[in-house]
Design a protein around this ligand. Structure first.
Ligand code: HEC
Length: 137
C-alpha cells in the first residue's frame, strides 16, 4: 500500500511538473506574440511619423490638404478614389501607374512635375510611408 501511495505521489508530482512546463511554454508563446504585436505597432507608428514628416517637408501639403482641394485634390478624395478603383499610390508616385483621381491634362502635368522633379529621388520605404500617412487621414 505504501508503495502504491509513493508511486501515486511520484506520478502526481510528474503530472504537475509537466503541467508547469507546459504553462511556461504557453506563457513564453503569449509573451512572444505580444512582443510581435508591439513591434508591429511600433513599426506602423514610425512609418506614419515618417510619412507625415515627408508629406510636409516634401511640400505635398502646399497642394494637398486633408479635407479641401487646394491646387491638387484633398487627401480624402485621393484615398476615396484609390479605394474605389483599387489603385496603388506607391506605383503612381513611382511613375508606373497613370493618374486616376484628376485626369485633366493640366492638373496631371502639375503633379507629374513633382514626380519627375523630386519624388523620383525618394526610396521605396519613403513612398510607402507617404502612402500610409495619406491612408491614415
Ligand atoms: C504643386 C502642387 C502639388 C504638389 C507639391 C504635390 N501635388 Fe500631388 N497632385 C497635384 C495635382 C494638381 C494633382 C491632380 C492631378 C492628378 O491626379 O494626377 C495631384 C494628384 C496627386 C495624387 C493622385 C494621383 C492620381 O492618381 O490622380 C497623389 C497620390 C498625389 N498627388 C500625391 C502627392 C504627394 C505624395 C506629394 C508630395 C511628395 C504631392 N502629391 C505633391 C499637385 C501637387
Amino acid at each position: 500500500m505504501k508503495k502504491v501511495l509513493l508511486l501515486f505521489t511520484v506520478f502526481a508530482l510528474f503530472l504537475t511538473s509537466c503541467g508547469d512546463s507546459k504553462k511556461e511554454e504557453v506563457k513564453k508563446e503569449v509573451k512572444k506574440a505580444v512582443e510581435e504585436v508591439k513591434s508591429d505597432a511600433t513599426i506602423a507608428v514610425d512609418q506614419l511619423t515618417l510619412g507625415e514628416k515627408l508629406f510636409t517637408e516634401k511640400t505635398c501639403t502646399s497642394c494637398h490638404q486633408v479635407d479641401a482641394k487646394v491646387v491638387g485634390p484633398s487627401i480624402k478624395d485621393i484615398i476615396k478614389i484609390y479605394d474605389e478603383k483599387n489603385g496603388n499610390i506607391v506605383q503612381f508616385l513611382k511613375g508606373n501607374a497613370p493618374a486616376i483621381v484628376d485626369t485633366d491634362p493640366g492638373q496631371v502635368a502639375i503633379m507629374k512635375a513633382n514626380l519627375d522633379g523630386f519624388v523620383k529621388d525618394l526610396s521605396g520605404d519613403q513612398l510607402q510611408a507617404l502612402a500610409a500617412y495619406m491612408r491614415s487621414k
